[in-house]
Unconditional design. Structure first.
Ligand code: SFD
Ligand code: AMP
Length: 610
């Protein structure tokens, strides 16, 4: 093949320069002054990842300096929101370090809103602080640029390399430049995967011309999960997908509205409805419904039931708050600096929230480990607090030696958000540097064959297209290949119908899941025949393959957990109740990289904080 191969040898390779990745590069330089630190990013770190458009709040800040909260309080909050199941060691570790990351953001020029009376950061809610955050991403990118030896933008990483001298050790990563088409080989002593969560696993509510208008970024393609799964890393809580209440059609987040503007919801007939579902929910989950604040999934449950009962649409009552010009400004700015599409949708549909209460909807499910859910890789915890079963080496190292993760990549650490993901990147990098130092001069073996085989695999979709295109005279339907968009829609449809998406009101059961898994397996074979017209489509092809692996993992986990732990995220129709006796545990999976077989197991939940 006439494709140029570019080699880069380094100590620390960071895959994905989002919140976790920038934090990792920054901290790796602090501990590893003389190490070579490289970032490989599929877009451009200045505007990549979930924070590309900016954010209006930092959702995780303790405020310990002012006695506002302690790390233990945050563990209790996350545990409560996740119906009892989080990795408390990782949650505590993140929470005890997150404030210092936030203070760095301010030092680097991020404008924070301040409380005029106290001079402290302006609180949106107990955990959230408000920022003028349109430029949040370029600001953290700058810190990473000042720290890394080299940043490769426009590199879609497709696979991790393995050290052939050891059974289970990472040796770097490979990918391609989406602009030049060069093949890139990164040999590294440690790899930190921070490639973000997954949208477009399930069919989105916004389809057709609106398909780019999802809540989590449409370019979040599950690479963090797929790269780790391909390398044989164990995953945890992949069934714990997230569904969010969002403003309809533009997917504008609701946190600032509920918490700061004090807006509230009502059904289509102007009535409060959440309390009317109390008994119904209590029958499913018991005393969890009495916890404060009400867990996110249970708020969703009331919403979904109310709409099913025929009393939709659900409205957010904005008309009262928006009479105050300051709050009106905050309401609009919240979207203009974070989710511009919501402001545009309102303008295009003649919705002025000062006069009309806008509709809310429940989103399609997303997969991520940094927002209000726990999906991601199973990793080792901090030495000083983790129980033995959670500790097998270095902090944030997965079950593959030398492979670390941060942000959405890591499982069990809900409610980290932007600041917590950056913090996890720092923690992972500190541990990765220690790992490299402990390796000393131990050699790694990465054969030309391994590198050559990946090259063949990566560019195959272009080959498929070039050959197959001759068989048709026009149009996009070919007997020999499937375009990435066609594959994506097939994947989304199966996940939607069989694994609990919006069109079935998030309902599934063992029979549906077994069939869904069969269909996903067939798809894996079909996706060998994806055709890529150009480099852009080659990137789409690999994003699709990463999404498929993520989806398979979600389906396997959902089948394994025989209960409905989080009504409002999904329902197992054959096990409609929360079952603490059998399922007060974490779920783990491992896909054998050779055979493709999935193995499931349970892991205990340790309550470290009382
Ligand atoms: O309101 C490859 N998030 C919010 N966090 C907050 O703190 N406050 C908020 O207000 C938040 N809200 C919010 C949020 C996200 C979105 C999309 C909206 C609103 C509209 C969540 C945070 O953004 C999130 O927790 C972190 O960003 C997660 O960090 P991380 O590092 O896990 O993911 P990333 O930032 O998306 O970065 C991933 C990077 O990897 C790159 N990448 N690079 C190479 N090869 C591949 N194969 C790759 N695949 C991906 C990406 O390009 C990216 O740079 S609110 O809703 O709660
Ligand atoms: P969101 O904008 O929905 O992504 O939420 C941002 C933050 O506010 C997250 O920490 C949420 O858990 C929190 N949040 C959103 N809505 C509510 C609510 N009604 N009650 C309590 N917390 C909320």
């Amino acid at each position: 093949m006439g494709i140029k191969t570019v080699y880069e040898d380094c100590d620390v390779l960071v895959v994905g320069g989002g919140m976790g990745g920038t934090g990792a590069a920054y901290e790796a330089r602090y501990w590893g002054r003389n190490l070579k630190i490289v970032i490989a990013e599929k877009a451009n770190i200045d505007r990549s990842g979930a924070v590309a458009q900016g954010l209006y709040a930092i959702n995780c800040y303790m405020g310990t300096q002012w006695g506002e909260n302690n790390p233990e309080d945050h563990v209790r909050y996350a545990r409560n929101d996740l119906m009892g199941l989080v990795r408390e060691d990782l949650a505590f570790d993140m929470a005890r370090h997150v404030d210092s990351a936030v203070h760095k953001f301010e030092e680097w020029g991020l404008p924070f809103m301040k409380n005029a009376k106290t001079g402290r950061y302006l609180r949106e809610g107990k955990w959230q602080i408000m920022i003028h955050g349109e430029s949040f991403k370029p600001i953290v990118a700058n810190a990473a640029r000042n720290s890394a030896d080299k940043i490769y933008n426009r590199i879609m990483v497709t696979h991790l390399l393995m050290d052939e001298s050891k059974g289970n050790r990472v040796g770097g990563a490979v990918g391609f430049n989406v602009r030049t088409g060069d093949y890139h080989v990164f040999r590294a002593k440690a790899v930190i995967v921070a490639a973000g969560g997954a949208s477009h696993i399930f069919k989105p509510r916004s389809v057709g011309e609106g398909m780019g208008r999802t809540w989590y970024a449409p370019w979040s393609s599950g690479s963090a999960y797929a790269l780790s799964i391909q390398a044989g890393a164990k995953m945890t809580q992949m069934e714990n997908r997230i569904v969010l209440a969002r403003f309809k059609d533009g997917y504008g987040p609701v946190g600032a509205y509920f918490l700061h503007l004090k807006t509230y919801t009502q059904n289509g007939y102007g009535n409060e409805y959440e309390s009317t579902w109390y008994d119904d929910t209590k029958a499913m989950v018991g005393e969890y419904i009495d916890h404060q604040p009400t867990p996110t999934c249970l708020r969703n449950h009331a919403f979904i039931q109310e709409v099913k009962a025929g009393r939709g649409p659900i409205h957010m009552v904005t008309k009262e708050a928006f009479q105050d010009p300051h709050l009106e400004e905050v309401g609009w700015e919240n979207f203009l600096g974070m989710t511009v599409s919501q402001a545009v949708v309102w303008a295009s549909q003649d919705i002025d929230p000062k006069y009309i209460n806008p509709e809310l909807t429940t989103s399609e499910p997303y997969v991520m480990g940094s927002h209000a859910t726990c999906s991601g890789a199973w990793c080792s915890g901090p030495e000083d607090i983790s129980p033995d079963e959670y500790q097998w080496g270095y902090n944030r190292m997965m079950t593959v030696d030398g492979l670390f993760g941060a942000g959405d990549a890591i499982g069990g650490t809900a409610h980290a958000f932007s600041s917590g993901s950056f913090t996890e990147g720092r923690l992972a990098a500190k541990a990765a540097v220690k790992y490299i130092r402990d390796l000393r001069n131990e050699n790694m073996e990465i054969s030309d064959k391994q590198i050559g085989d990946f090259k063949q695999t990566i560019f195959q979709p272009m080959e498929n297209y070039t050959i197959g295109r001759n068989e048709i005279t026009g149009g996009t339907v070919s007997p020999s290949y499937l375009l990435p968009i066609q594959g994506l829609q097939r994947l989304e449809k199966v996940m939607d119908e069989y694994v609990g998406g919006t069109s079935v009101n998030y309902m599934t059961n063992d029979k549906l899941l077994e069939r869904g898994i069969q269909l996903l397996d067939v798809m894996e074979e079909d996706f060998e025949h994806i055709g890529a017209e150009d480099l852009h489509q080659l990137q789409r092809a690999w994003e699709l393959k990463h999404r498929l692996l993520t989806a398979q993992s979600v389906a396997q986990h959902t089948l394994f957990r025989e209960e409905t732990r989080w009504p409002g995220y999904y329902y197992r129709g054959d096990h409609m109740k929360l079952d603490d006796e059998n399922w007060h545990c974490l779920t783990l999976s491992r896909r054998d990289p050779e055979s493709g077989e999935w193995q499931m197991e349970k892991a205990p939940v340790y309550h470290i904080v009382d």
